[in-house]
Design a protein around this ligand. Sequence first.
Ligand code: ACM
Ligand code: ZN
Length: 521
Amino acid sequence: MFEEELKIIPEPVEVSLNDGIFFLSQKTTIQADLTSTRNGEYLKQVLASQYGLNLAFEESSQNNEGKSSIILKTSNEKELNNSEEYSLLVSKENIIISATTSVGVFYGIQTLLQLIPNKALKGDKISELSIPCVSIEDFPRFKWRGFMLDEARHFFGKEVVKKILDIMALLKLNRLHWHLTDDQGWRVEIKKYPLLTKIGSKREGTIVARKKGVISSQKQNVPIDGIPVSGYYTREALMDIIEYANERYITIIPELDFPGHTMAALAAYPELSCTGGPFEVSTRFGIHRDVFCIGKEEVFEFTKNVLDEVMDIFPSKIIHTGGDEVPRRRWNKCSECQKRIIEEGMKGSENLQVYFTNRIADYLSSKGRQLMGWNEILNDKLSKDAICHYWTNNLKLVLQHAIKGRKVVMSEMSAVYLNYPYNLIPTKKTYLYDPIPEGYDNNYEKHILGIEACLWTEFVDDKDKLEWQTFPRLIAVAETGWTPKNKKKFESFLKRLESFLPLLKAFDVNYPTKEEFLQDQ
Ligand code: ACM
Ligand code: ZN
C-alpha cells in the first residue's frame, strides 16, 4: 500500500518495502554515535525548521534500540561498494541509518527526509507522521555529481547560493563548480590585486540585443541597457559559503577562467594583455579577442598570485582554470608571444595555450592541487593529471583522454546546459543524457568521474529566472549521477518528481509548470 509513497529521488539502488509503520513524533529521539554528531545536529535542525518537530538529541555509543528513535551509526561492519554508501532500515521500533563514513550517514538522512509525508511540510500541527517500514541499500554510480553556477555574468549573492546548496544536499549532489570570473565580471576578492574587484566587478550595463534572445554579439556598437551590474564575494563571505557547503558534504570548486574570458581582469590590469589596452569590463557576450599575453612573465606571476589566494580560501583539491574559447588573433601579432614561441621551440601560437595550462597545472601540483579545465585545454602535451571538463566538440578527443587513464567530467552542452530554454532542452532530454557514451569501453568507465549541469547566466539576471531554468532539470541530472543506469526510467522519475516538487516549494523555489518543463516531449 505504500508503493506510491516511496518516491525517492535519486532512486536508490535497492529498496524493499516491509510491513508496518514507524510513527515519527515529538517523542522520537535522535541518537548519534560520536562520528555522527554533526549529522545528528543537522537532522535535528532540518526536522525543526521544515517539519516543526523538536526532537531530543542524544550523543550515544550505547544505542537504546528499544525506544522510538532515529539512530545514526558510523561503523565499519561491512565491506562497502563505495565510500558514500549507506543503509537505511525503518522498523516499527526505530530507524537506523548506518554507513562507514559520515557522508554516507548524511545521504541516509536525505533519503529519510523524502520518506516523511509532504503534508508535514505545510506547517500544520501534525502530532504523528507515518513512515513506512523499509530497508534501503544505496550508493552512487558516479563520484562527481555537480552543478555549475556562473556568477560572473550576473551576481546573485550568498543567500541564493546557500539555498542552492540546501537543495543540492537533498539531491545528493556533491560538487558546486563556481564560475567566478569572466569578461563581464570578476567576483572574488584578491587582496594583492584590489583593482580586480574595484574595477573588474562592475559593468555599465548589458547588450540590449539579449532581450530578443540574441546570444552574443561581436559588434562593438550594439546599444546597452544602461542597467549597472556589480557585486563580488569577500574572503569572509566565501569562507562562510564554503563552510555551509562543507556541512552538506559539498565541495566547492572555484573557477577562475584564464587565459581567455578575461576582459574584467584586463580592464583592471591592461598590462596583462598583448596590446596594453585600455579595456572595459564587457557589456556584451561571446568570445573576446583580447586575452592574456602568454609572452609576458608578469602574466604567470599574476595568475600564480591569484591562485595562491584562491587556494588559501578554497580547500578543494581541484581548481578549475577555465581555458575555453581562447582566440589566437592577438598572440599571432604580438612580438612577446612570438618570442615565447621561438624560445620554447613551438610550432606556432596554437601551442601557447597548452604552454600556459601546463605551467599553471605544474604550479597547482606543486601545492598539492590539481588543475581542471574545459575541453579546449586538450593537447598531446597536456599535463597528465589535468582533468578535462567536456562541454562541446571534440568528444572523441575527450574520450581518448579518458582511455589514457586521465580524468574527465561530462557536461554535454545540448543536454545539461540549463540556461537553454525548455523548448530546446526539455527535462526528458536532460534526463536521458548519459555521461558514458554509447559503445564506450567499460574498462575505462572509472575515468569518467561523472556529470555536471551548468547554468550560464548571460540572460539569467535574477534569482527567480535562475531557479526556473535550474529546476527540475538539475533534479534529472542528480538521478543520472546517482542511480544505476538500468534502474532509470523517465516515467517513474516523473511520478517521483510530483512528490519532490513540494520540497522545492517549501524552499520557495520558483520552478516552471509541468507543461513548461516537459514541452510535450
Ligand atoms: C563554455 O560553455 N564556454 C565552457
Ligand atoms: Zn602577447
